[in-house]
Design a protein around this ligand. Structure first.
Ligand SMILES: Nc1ncnc2c1ncn2[C@@H]1O[C@H](COP(=O)(O)OP(=O)(O)OP(=O)(O)O)[C@@H](O)[C@H]1O
Ligand SMILES: [Mg+2]
Length: 359
C-alpha cells in the first residue's frame, strides 16, 4: 500500500496540502514550526485515528477551524485505487473508505499500515509497557486476521471479571469469565511469543548494520509467570485480586525487555543507542509485515538528521533504501538527508503550513 495522493486541511497549522508523493521516498523540508511534523501526523492520523503526539483530537484541529479533513488515494499492491478519508467537525468523526461510510477505524487502519519514528520514539524502550504491547500488537493486527477478534473477546471477559471483583461479588460470579479468559489469553500469548520470535530472527540478521558487532536480544514477558499456567496463577492471586478489585495477571500485563550486549536497554545504554534500536525494531517490523503479507507499509521518519549521528544516519538510510515501504522523511535542511541511494524521489517544501513540491 502507498499514498498516491494526500490532502489535508484544518489539521494543526496545515493550510494547503495536496500532494502526489513518490511511492518510494519523500523528503519534506522547511524551517522550524513550518508544519513538517504536522504533515507526518496527518498521515498517521488517517491510519490510527489519533496522533503519535497526543490522544486529544482537539489538539490536532486547527484552532481557527471548525472542520478538519484528511483525504488520501491509496494504491494497493494490485494497483487498485482506494479513496480513504476522515472528516471531523468538532463533534463527530466521519470515516469513509472506498466511498462508503465506515464505523470502525480499524477498517481504515487495516488498509493503511503506518509506522512512525519521531523524537519521542525512544519511549518504546524508556517509557511504560503499554507502548511495547502496542508495538507487538501492531504487528499482529496487520498480519494475523484472527488477532483483533481474540483480543476483543479477551478484553470483554476481563472487563466483566474486573467489574465483578470491584463490586465485591462472590467468587462464583467472576469465575464464569475465567474459562473465556484462559482460552483467549493462551492464544494471545502464543501469537505474541511467535511474533517476537520472528522479529528476533530478523534482528539477528540485521543488527550488525546498525550495531556493528553488538548483540540485541528481545525478552518477552507474557504477563504472568512463565513456569505457571494462568489458571494456577489466578487461583494463587484470588485473594489479592479480590482485595484490589482487579485481575493482576494476564496478557494485559505483557511486556518486552531489550538488551544490547547483555545490558538492559532501558537503564544501561545511551539515548542515542535507544534511538537507533527503536529505528531498527520499527523498520524490521515493516519488513516482517512485508514478508508475511507481501504488502508495503508507510514509514514516517520525523526529523531524521536530528535523531542520528552522520554514521548511523547513513546506515539507516541504506537499510531504508532496501525496504519495501513508502517513506516520508522530514528535515529542517534539504541537504541533510542523502537520498542518492534511491533512483526515484520527491521533495516537498513546507512554509507556514503550505506544502509545495520542489524539483
Ligand atoms: N491545533 C493547532 N492549530 C494551529 N496551529 C497549531 C496547532 N497545533 C500546532 N500548531 C502549530 O503548527 C506549527 C507547525 O508545527 P510542526 O510541529 O508541524 O512544525 P515543524 O515544521 O515540525 O517544526 P520543527 O522543525 O520545530 O519540528 C507550530 O507553529 C505549532 O505551534
Ligand atoms: Mg517537527
Amino acid at each position: 500500500m502507498s499514498l498516491a495522493y494526500l490532502e489535508a486541511q484544518g489539521f494543526r497549522n496545515i493550510q494547503q496540502l495536496g500532494i502526489e508523493p513518490s511511492p518510494t521516498v519523500n523528503l519534506i523540508y522547511g524551517s522550524n514550526a513550518s508544519g513538517k511534523t504536522s504533515l507526518l501526523e496527518s498521515i498517521y492520523f488517517l491510519s490510527h485515528g489519533r496522533s503519535f503526539l497526543t490522544h486529544k483530537i482537539k489538539d490536532v484541529m486547527n484552532v481557527h477551524s471548525q472542520q478538519m479533513h484528511i483525504f488520501s488515494r491509496l494504491v494497493n499492491e494490485q494497483n487498485r485505487i482506494i479513496p480513504a478519508g476522515i472528516l471531523h467537525d468538532r463533534e463527530k468523526l466521519l470515516i469513509k473508505l472506498n466511498g462508503v461510510k465506515i464505523n470502525r477505524l480499524s477498517e481504515l487502519a487495516i488498509q493503511l499500515p503506518v509506522i512512525a519514528l519521531h523524537p519521542e520514539s525512544h519511549q518504546l524502550i524508556s517509557g511504560g509497557p503499554k507502548q511495547r504491547r502496542q508495538f507487538i500488537d501492531w504487528g499482529l493486527f496487520h498480519v494475523e486476521q484472527s488477532y483483533n477478534g481474540i483480543w476483543q473477546r479477551y478484553q470483554k471477559a476481563l472487563k466483566q471479571r474486573n467489574a465483578a471483583l470491584r463490586s465485591r461479588q462472590p467468587a462464583k460470579t467472576f469465575h464464569v469469565w475465567d474459562q473465556q479468559i484462559f482460552e483467549a489469553a493462551e492464544k494471545i500469548d502464543n501469537l505474541r511469543r511467535n511474533y517476537v520470535k520472528q522479529l528476533q530472527l530478523l534482528v539477528n540478521q540485521f543488527q550488525e548494520l546498525v550495531f556493528d558487532d553488538k548483540t540485541i536480544v528481545i525478552d518477552y514477558y507474557r504477563g504472568w509467570n512463565r513456569e505457571t499456567d494462568l489458571p494456577v496463577v489466578f487461583e494463587q492471586a484470588l485473594k489479592t485480586d479480590m482485595e484490589r478489585g482487579f485481575s493482576q495477571a494476564g496478557p494485559q500485563r505483557a511486556d518486552l525487555r531489550f538488551k544490547i550486549n547483555g545490558l538492559n536497554a532501558e537503564t544501561a545504554v545511551s539515548r542515542g543507542q535507544q534511538k537507533s534500536l527503536v529505528v531498527l525494531l520499527r523498520l524490521l517490523q515493516g519488513l516482517l509485515f512485508h514478508q508475511a503479507t507481501k504488502k508495503n507499509s508507510v514509514i514516517l521518519f520525523d526529523d531524521l538528521p536530528a535523531e542520528l549521528d552522520s554514521q548511523h544516519r547513513q546506515k539507516i538510510l541504506k537499510m531504508m533504501s532496501e525496504l519495501p515501504a513508502q517513506l516520508f522523511i522530514t528535515s529542517i535542511e534539504k541537504n541533510a538527508v542523502d537520498l542518492s541511494l534511491w533512483s526515484e524521489q520527491k521533495m516537498f517544501h513546507v512554509e507556514h503550513g503550505m506544502v509545495s513540491e520542489k524539483a
